[in-house]
Design a protein around this ligand. Structure first.
Ligand SMILES: Nc1ncnc2c1ncn2[C@@H]1O[C@H](COP(=O)(O)OP(=O)(O)OP(=O)(O)O)[C@@H](O)[C@H]1O
Ligand SMILES: [Mg+2]
Length: 325
């Protein structure tokens, strides 16, 4: 297998703010054509890493290389990066075309090339013919696509996106995920995406970096992170997880890995506390001797279940963690 130089190499990066907050021990290689997502709760350091990549803050330690060249101390305009924010930051007094042409003009791109490239980019964004519109004549999702287009026209080696879809409503946000995946694959761009929404991260990313208080808790594909969380922190942050104590260990299992039996054939027993129908499946709460656990069961299986019923259950897949891990 060919081992290409990573598109982005982050080594021993730290950014410590005067009060001691910030990020530490960030080591990450990002491959060309990869969507990598920084995921974690508010304040874990996602934006700090993105700003460091874009050159908007001075780092305390460590280095960043892009395309094999060190950029750690270069200002934003000398880096091959583009940035897309949550607020689209389009100029309201300029048309779509003027917004898109701005950066290209600064680069002295010939006029006729600008026109052609804008046309092509609007085609890719599925917004052809919107050149003469003003931002306020477009929906939020459309404005964000124009903001992405504006970044992409400058052909960045890496596109940095800080919660770009957070201001959009749920349905548009899902569509934008699909669009971003399509555009990313079509243009083979490298994207560093920031979100605190685990579903967004799971659905978009080739790999996810789960952050915890300024450090990387785990890096992996969505499946690796979901199936083999490296710690109870990751396990509880991604998806839903039940925890049980056993001796010095924590046992963890997902609600979909609990199978309920009404014939008493399961290994453990409990009483059904509630059954909540959530669409094609139901969430069933089971009270056991020591704790309450959650099980997801296919809708058709709930016809045999009722609140107050004693059932038995098996765990199909169990993760174990040392206490405190
Ligand atoms: N300019 C600053 N000066 C001092 N502390 C800062 C500064 N910017 C961020 N911090 C702190 O650094 C930590 C990481 O902040 P950062 O903005 O990177 O988090 P985030 O993961 O992007 O959070 P959110 O999801 O809320 O956007 C936080 O504790 C924050 O309070
Ligand atoms: Mg942030």
């Amino acid at each position: 297998m060919k081992t290409a130089t990573p598109k982005v190499e982050i080594k021993q990066l730290a950014k410590v703010y005067p009060n001691g907050d910030g990020v530490r021990d960030i080591n990450l290689d990002i491959r060309e054509g990869e969507i990598i997502t920084l995921l974690g709760p508010s304040g874990c350091g996602k934006t700090t890493i993105l700003r460091a990549l874009g050159g908007f803050i001075d780092v305390t330690r460590g280095s960043i290389s892009i395309n094999g060249e060190e950029v750690t101390h270069l200002p934003p305009e000398q880096r091959p990066t583009g940035m897309v924010f949550q607020s689209y930051n389009l100029w309201p007094h300029m048309t779509v075309e003027e917004n898109l042409a701005f950066g290209l003009k600064l680069r002295k791109t010939p006029k006729k090339d600008i026109k052609r490239r804008i046309e092509e980019m609007l085609e890719i964004m599925r917004l052809p013919g919107t050149e003469k519109k003003y931002p306020n004549q477009l929906s939020g999702g459309q404005q964000q696509r124009i903001a992405i287009a504006r970044s992409l026209l400058l052909e960045p080696a890496v596109l940095l996106m800080d919660e770009p879809f957070s201001a959009l409503d749920a349905k548009i946000r899902m569509q934008m995920r699909e669009e971003l995946k399509r555009i990313q694959a079509e243009l083979n761009i490298t994207v560093v995406f920031v979100t605190h929404d685990q579903e967004e991260a799971m659905s978009l990313s080739h790999r996810i970096v789960v952050m915890d208080k300024g450090k990387m808790a785990q890096v992996g594909t969505p499946a690796e992170i979901y199936d083999k969380p490296a710690s109870t922190y990751v396990a509880s942050f991604i998806g839903e997880m039940n925890f049980l104590e056993r001796g010095g260990e924590q046992l963890a299992f997902r609600p979909e890995d609990v199978s309920i039996h009404t014939d008493g054939n399961g290994m453990r027993s409990g009483v059904i506390r509630s059954i909540m129908l959530l669409g094609h499946y139901a969430s069933v709460t089971i009270q056991t001797e020591n704790t309450t656990i959650k099980a997801f069961v296919p809708r058709h299986e709930t016809v045999e279940l009722e609140e107050g019923q004693t059932i038995s259950f098996d765990l199909n897949k169990l993760l174990t963690y040392k206490k405190g891990a």
